[in-house]
Write a protein that binds this ligand. Structure first.
Ligand SMILES: *Cc1c(COP(=O)(O)O)cnc(C)c1O
Length: 437
């Protein structure tokens, strides 16, 4: 398969684009065996782990253990499960804490990303006097912006006035200077993504946190595209709050329970939304009419945890404990760097460019490959067994995931990208989009 003229762009060092190089990279890679712990969809090259992480044997085992507890202990599982089901949110919080760089009592697993944002905005967005705005950005995931708009409306304010969106200069990335400049003295809370879902840009979280605090604003981050993909130090950076989903890089399964973090200095402050799972666990079952918030991040839980959507995370996080986030990040950076180099080496007339920042400190775990006909490129990739996802208007999003993708898969995927344009087969696909893109 090697030796096609496609793979000998004059600017490339000899050998970079050969299949032999891909195989050699896999052979030299100490983490390549982890792939065997995952269920890889047969006959496919799965590059969509940043939308839905793959199932692992470990996650499946953990889920089946809880199903067994349900069968054998029934209601007794709330107290006698391992861990007791009532404490599962806290236990999963402790296990996630190293991945986000937090103290064990600063994290809890609960609800979903969007619900957790509502909970945290309900807590931390306290418009008062002149300070009544939320600062966000125009590139964030729409669900976050819908939640923030409704939070502004719930305070009787107008999102057109009081939800300020930092603009992007190039439609892909945000400039931290622009964000800082927008932290004016009428901003109460700043809510930003860590990694932008489309371009994959990683923002400078410690700098933004320092700048927000220096200007009297609270700051929180959406970690959906960084949690499980790269290390964080939320406590050390003194980030006020954060939230994320676990079904992307944390591989907890579709609709898996989400995570949230609240810095210790805010513990004891009443959460915005109250429910009995936010009550102190020792008095929860006293069924008193006054709410007594837990003294940890557990206070930000609302109701009964979704046991069967949380159980797989026990197994999946154990796998993170075994490997550690640092080696996974190193492998992820190597995979994405390789992917970008292969895209760069394609003949320009094929129309592919990289829309992700190049510096390791400025990118997450996926690569935005831009193409004028990105939707049809994605359809053609799927027909060839390569699973990308499409993000309008022109992004083919590819995530080679450190746990389970190989360098050879990246090589093959790029080869498919080249062939589907070269062969003219794009023409066979419709421009019409379906229900889920
Ligand atoms: C995936 C993702 C979500 C998803 O929210 P759910 O409540 O889990 O549906 C929200 N925000 C961002 C930035 C995401 O990447």
């Amino acid at each position: 398969m090697t030796g096609s003229p496609l793979w000998s762009h004059p600017d490339e060092p000899v050998g970079l684009t050969t299949e032999a190089r891909a195989l050699a990279l896999d052979a030299a890679d100490g983490l390549s065996g982890l792939r065997d712990r995952f269920f890889l969809p047969p006959g496919t090259i799965y590059l969509d782990g940043n939308s839905l992480g793959l199932a692992s044997q470990d996650a499946q085992d953990a889920l089946l253990r809880v199903v067994e507890e349900w069968k054998h202990l029934a209601i007794g599982g709330w107290g006698r499960g391992e861990p007791p089901w009532v404490l599962l949110g806290e236990r999963l919080g402790e296990m996630q804490a190293p991945l986000v760089g937090a103290e064990p009592d600063e994290v809890v697993a609960a609800a979903s990303t969007t619900v957790n944002l509502h909970q945290l905005a309900a807590t931390f967005y306290r418009p008062a006097g002149r300070r009544r705005k939320i600062l966000a950005d125009e590139l964030n995931f729409p669900s976050d912006l819908y939640a923030l708009q409704s939070q502004v409306r719930l305070r009787g304010l107008d999102p057109d006035e009081d939800l300020v969106l930092v603009r992007s200069r190039d439609g892909r990335t945000l400039d931290e200077d622009d964000i800082v400049a927008a932290m004016t003295d009428d901003v109460a809370v700043v809510v930003l993504p860590s990694v932008l879902y489309r371009s994959g840009q990683l923002l400078d979280l410690p700098r933004l946190t320092i700048e927000a605090h220096a200007r009297g604003c609270l700051i929180g981050f959406d970690l959906c595209h960084s949690a499980g993909a790269l290390p964080h130090a939320l406590s050390e950076w003194e980030v006020d709050f954060a939230y994320w989903c676990t079904y992307k890089y944390m591989n907890s399964g579709p609709g898996g329970v989400a995570g949230l973090y609240v810095n210790r200095r805010h513990h004891g402050r009443p959460p915005g939304l109250w429910g009995w799972f936010g009550n102190r666990s020792d008095t929860r079952f006293d069924m008193r009419l006054e709410f007594e918030p837990a003294s940890t991040a557990a206070a930000w839980q609302i109701g009964t945890p979704n046991l069967l959507s949380a159980a797989p995370l026990l197994g999946s996080l154990a796998l993170f404990e075994e490997v550690g986030i640092e080696p996974l990040r190193r492998r992820s950076l190597a995979l994405t760097e390789y992917l970008m180099a292969l895209i760069d080496a394609l003949p320009p007339e094929l129309g592919y460019t990289v829309g992700t920042p190049r510096e390791p400190a400025r990118r997450g775990g996926h690569v935005a490959v831009e193409h004028a006909d990105a939707w049809r490129v994605c359809q053609a990739l799927l027909a060839r067994g390569v699973v990308p996802d499409f993000r309008p208007p022109n992004v083919v999003r590819l995530a080679p995931v450190a746990f389970y993708n190989s360098f050879h898969e990246v090589w093959r995927a790029v080869r498919h990208l080249a062939e589907i344009v070269e062969s003219g087969e794009l023409e066979r696909f419709t421009e019409e989009r379906g229900l889920v893109v």
